[in-house]
Design a protein around this ligand. Structure first.
Ligand SMILES: [Zn+2]
Length: 148
């Protein structure tokens, strides 16, 4: 009996990310495993030391000399900027109002959302915040920023 060609397994872990997932497969699907484990992670190029968030599999400076490793976003970052949204992209309308923000960790910046439970009158540029892995009511994974 001839062996049937086995279909390659598709790594679709990224389907679990976000309110609306725009892609199922990426080269950085381990990001999802970190979230499942309660951690927010980015990548760092071991060749030149550049940090990447969101994680990338390839360093634009080192190209084929890239050697990536994962790092966990730990400690606190300074709120660099934020914006409270009154309108949202398709699929995110039920989440309104929500705020998007950038935390500056020094070596890298993390773009994300401020946790819905954080009162906006307690949010100000310069505030120390923490990125935290989060599970949405529908079982999807993301991460949010909370005051440190
Ligand atoms: Zn590099």
């Amino acid at each position: 009996m001839a062996d049937k060609k086995k279909k390659p397994e598709i790594d679709a872990r990224f389907k679990k990310f976000g309110t609306v997932s725009f892609t199922a497969t990426t080269k950085v699907n381990d990001f999802i495993d970190y979230l499942e484990d309660g951690k927010v992670a980015g990548t760092r190029c071991k060749t030149c030391g550049t940090y990447y968030f969101p994680p990338r599999s390839q360093c634009y400076k080192c190209l084929d000399k890239t050697e990536m490793e994962w790092f966990v976003v730990e400690g606190t970052g300074k709120l660099a900027t934020f914006s409270e949204l009154s309108y949202a992209p398709v699929g995110f309308g039920d989440d309104l109002p929500y705020a998007i923000a950038v935390l500056d960790y020094g070596d890298y910046k993390v773009f994300g959302r401020i946790a819905p439970k954080v009162p906006m009158d307690q949010v100000a540029v310069g505030k120390e915040m923490r990125a935290k892995a989060n599970r949405l009511p529908n079982g999807q994974l993301n991460y949010v920023f909370e005051p440190a």
